[in-house]
Ligand binder design. Structure first.
Ligand SMILES: [Fe+2]
Length: 377
């Protein structure tokens, strides 16, 4: 049984300029990014590489039309290496366009074209949440079904994950916190996963949890702008969380989050924030046990640091108070959810998200889903 795998080499550099020099960007490189990132970091360097700006095709999440449009535009270019600099959307597109003869992408997604890459890939994440610089596969929304469709193939893994703190310096505060909540969700859920949790995933996940929670304590003590001193810690924590979830798997927090994104366009990170503490509070009430005790250990020190620790049996309520001191959370009602949505959402995740629910620390029931949705209304 395979316990742990990380394919990319992970690099840390202070600036994009250092990256461009160290990786000797040339005319056979394709820089795939967004206009704002290109203008800020790449344009001043007058680089010899080709450039594709994803937002000039579509501003949303990756879809079939955007990927095909990009593939049509680059078809006559001789590309040896793709540099994907951006958030989850740019990274997912970067992964799928490494495939040889990828046009039309529909054929790759449904297996008619073998997902064999003929280009190298370097990923430069510009958020501190998904960890997708170290995961394989991506998600593309298909035109005919409108469904987000995953392609999971280990060959679609970057050769290099390049962590550059200056790339996350400009993230708005809310986005920064929501992204890091997603990373925290990856680390905490994989840490206690009943399905795939293992010591190697827990080793990297634990460090990620400590870095993020300590960062929140520091922001409570010194204010939101203090995050600029913590960029290195957060981009590393996000990468570690990506390794943890890739090897240990996510769980019910992610399952509960999906209907919020699909129905109310709530960001993935905010919807993880909604359910992280309620789910872990339920775990503590229903089970306890050694893995959960270790999570309590990780939370206690940062809670003490910012003066919010009272008792271990209250720790997930205190953690929620801590998160709300960093960034207050709106209720699901404020986001548009109605009491009559609770039962259909619970039914839907029980029917379609068993892959995540089986990883629950305690057997996860429909009643638990209903209870947690009601609690957050
Ligand atoms: Fe996530």
């Amino acid at each position: 049984m395979q316990l742990f795998c990380v394919k990319p080499k992970v690099h840390m550099l202070d600036t994009f300029a250092e990256f461009a020099e160290e990786f000797a960007l040339n005319k056979n490189d394709l820089l795939l990014t967004e206009t704002i990132l290109y203008d800020t970091f790449a344009k001043p360097l007058n680089l010899p590489c080709r450039v594709i700006l994803k937002d000039t095709y579509d501003r949303g999440e990756p879809n079939e039309q955007t990927v095909d449009g990009i593939l049509r535009d680059i078809k006559d270019w001789e590309i040896n290496r793709i540099i994907a600099m951006g958030g989850g959307s740019v990274i997912d597109i970067g992964k799928v366009i490494t495939v040889r003869n990828a046009y039309p992408i529909r054929d790759v997604m449904c297996g008619r074209t073998d997902a064999c890459p003929d280009k190298a890939l370097a990923i430069l994440p510009t958020t501190c949440g998904t960890g997708s610089e170290v995961t394989f596969g991506g998600i593309i929304t298909m035109r005919d079904t409108g469904l987000k469709t995953a392609i999971m193939d280990e060959r679609l893994t970057a050769q290099h994950a390049v962590l550059i703190p200056e790339l996350i310096a400009g993230l708005p505060f809310n986005t920064f916190i929501y992204c890091s909540m997603d990373a925290l969700g990856h680390s905490m859920e994989s840490f206690v996963s009943a399905a795939r949790g293992n010591e190697l995933a827990r080793a990297v996940g634990a460090r990620s949890v400590s870095l993020i929670l300590d960062g929140y304590a520091e922001m409570i003590l010194h204010g939101p702008d203090y995050r600029q001193n913590l960029l290195r810690n957060f981009i590393i924590a996000s990468c570690l969380a990506g390794m943890a979830v890739n090897n240990g798997g996510a769980g019910p927090v992610h399952a509960l989050a999906y209907p919020l994104g699909e129905n109310y366009k709530m960001s993935h990170g905010e919807s993880i924030y909604q359910f992280l503490c309620p789910v872990f509070r339920l775990y503590q009430r229903e089970a306890g046990g050694s893995a959960l005790e270790e999570v309590l250990d990780m939370a206690e020190k940062p809670l003490r640091k910012c003066g919010l620790f009272t008792a271990r049996k209250e720790i997930f309520t205190q953690l929620e108070a801590m998160f709300n001191r960093v960034l207050p959370l709106r209720s699901l009602g404020e986001a548009g959810m109605k009491p009559e949505d609770v039962e259909p959402f619970a039914n839907s995740i029980l029917a379609t998200k068993q892959r995540l629910l089986v990883a629950s620390y305690v057997p996860f029931t429909r009643e638990m889903a209903v209870e947690i949705y009601r609690e957050r209304l």
